[in-house]
Write a protein that binds this ligand. Structure first.
Ligand SMILES: [Ca+2]
Length: 501
């Protein structure tokens, strides 16, 4: 007996593809194979750190990332569902607010058994599914028998790590043995997970190792519909860990890699360099640019491979950052206020691009609102797959095709991370946060993060993003009715998120 995928592979090779379940007659007028879905997620990329944007930082040059925008659609008002990694990933992968199961709205929502993921929907539809890179759900960083492990939520293949961060260079069994705390706290080193085993890499760099694996996956699955999710750990801290040639190009000295015999615990090394201080701000930005340069080259390799395999017209690419640029890496989110960790636009509005050659207008600028919660419904839409589920996101496919406002334009969007929250309805955004001043002082943040007026402790702030995208003019006291309306929407949403008893 053959399974569905083996059957499809054999039948396609025999030239009878158009009669197969992997092919369909959907949006596109003619019968064709189901599109591949390629999701590329970067980590903590700043809103100004993509040169395709007209608001780009002056020192940014990302020619390969820009290819996606130039050949596809550049979205300037795209949101993720959290200002930090793990909850944002739980949201986009399920199409649902992660608060539906994580009522504490914390760092690690995890993935419950009863919430399906994009990979599960697509595997059911006959897709080959592969995940490469940072996984980061929940806190079970070192186990393969939990729901959060990719092979247990829809992926056939996985190469990567499950922790919040992994050393960019140190992936060998040898270093793991020599390190007193290889499993650290939130950051790890040592062999990567590879399917049901672990893979020791003696000499490598995560960005390049993940790209090699992505290229290999596309080679092996070119003849069948695939979902490939590549989630780089670049540009997360430790940002200074970059191959020498990029350091040289950006004029910044190498900081020695972690060495157990002379440096003690890995956690001490990680903690030292994840903070502002050991690296001055100007150099920090250079390390960031070097790290980004390497990432950009590697994204170019993935795009080249897709072209070489002649799959560009059969592949939907969605590219985005999991949250805003981090103050710990030198990222730049201007003209937005704030950064990763907080509810101002700089934490939740991200670089976002969509490309499908022959389907979307090349070079299109999409200025309307989108959410990463829309990714699952959009992918199911273009794949012609019915999930029979109610999502918090909605497909933006028709909106992108016609360059008109997506359903999200009239939808109220909500965010909550611990005690901090935000609501956006129309042009208005209500933000409740009070951690900005404290953390900025501690981190010695520069004006790159546009501090703006201090957040009051006893009430939210109200902004009109149409006139004030940088959230510099709090109009809460001027428009109390609007503020109350949004606050009421938020409390109603919170109640809706509570799991049914
Ligand atoms: Ca992140």
């Amino acid at each position: 007996m053959f399974n569905r995928r083996e059957f499809m592979r054999m039948a396609m090779a025999a030239g009878v593809g158009s009669f197969l379940p992997g092919c369909f007659n959907g949006h596109f007028g003619k019968t064709r194979r189901k599109p591949n879905i390629l999701i590329i997620v970067t980590d903590d990329q700043g809103y100004a750190d993509l040169s395709a944007f007209s608001h780009r930082a002056a020192d940014i040059h990302t020619p390969n990332m820009d290819r996606i925008a130039n050949e596809g659609v550049l979205c300037s008002q795209a949101y993720v569902s959290a200002p930090v990694c793990s909850p944002s990933r739980a949201g986009w992968n399920t199409g649902k607010y992660q608060q539906r199961w994580d009522t504490s709205a914390g760092w690690n929502p995890g993935l419950p058994d009863n919430v399906k993921t994009l990979a599960e929907y697509l595997r059911q539809a006959g897709y080959a599914t592969g995940k490469i890179g940072k996984n980061d759900y929940g806190t079970s960083y070192h186990r393969m028998d939990v729901r959060e492990y990719p092979l247990n939520h829809g992926y056939d293949e996985f190469l990567g790590f499950s922790a919040h961060a992994h050393d960019f260079f140190l992936m060998s069994e040898d270093i793991e043995k020599r390190t007193p705390d290889p499993h650290g706290t939130s950051a790890v080193l040592g062999p990567l997970f590879h399917n049901r085993t672990r893979k020791s890499i003696e000499d490598g760099y995560t960005t390049e190792v993940f790209t090699d694996a992505a290229v290999d996956f596309m080679d092996r699955h070119k003849a069948e519909p695939f979902l490939l999710t590549v989630t780089y750990n670049s540009l997360h801290h430790l940002i200074h860990e970059v191959p020498d040639k990029y350091l040289k190009k950006h004029g910044v000295a190498k900081i020695p890699n972690y060495e157990p015999e002379t440096m003690g615990k890995y956690d001490s090394y990680y903690t030292k360099y994840r903070k502002i201080g050991p690296i001055n701000d100007a150099d920090m930005r250079k390390y960031y640019l070097a790290n980004l340069n390497c990432l950009d080259d590697n994204i170019g390799r993935i795009l080249d491979k897709l072209a070489e395999l002649k799959l560009e017209e059969d592949t939907l690419i969605i590219y985005f950052s999991d949250n805003g640029g981090s103050p710990m890496t030198g990222a730049d989110n201007r003209p937005l206020r704030g950064s990763k960790y907080i509810m101002f636009e700089g934490g939740i509005r991200v670089p976002f691009m969509v490309k499908w050659k022959g389907q979307l207008t090349a070079g299109q600028k999409y200025p309307y609102r989108l959410s990463s919660l829309d990714i699952v419904p959009t992918c199911l839409d273009v794949c012609g797959t019915q999930a029979g589920e109610k999502f918090d996101g909605k497909s933006f496919w028709s909106a992108l095709k016609s360059n008109t406002p997506a359903p999200t334009e009239n939808r109220t969007l909500f965010w909550q991370f611990k005690k901090h929250w935000a609501v956006r309805k129309g042009d208005f955004k209500l933000v409740k946060t009070n951690d900005e001043a404290a953390s900025f002082k501690k981190l010695q943040i520069t004006d790159r993060y546009l501090p703006g007026p201090k957040a009051p402790r006893d009430r939210p702030m109200l902004f009109n993003l149409r006139n004030d995208p940088a959230e510099q003019h709090d109009i809460y006291l001027e428009q109390p009715k609007k503020a109350k309306e949004l606050e009421h929407l938020f409390t109603t949403w919170q109640t809706e998120m509570k799991p049914k008893q």
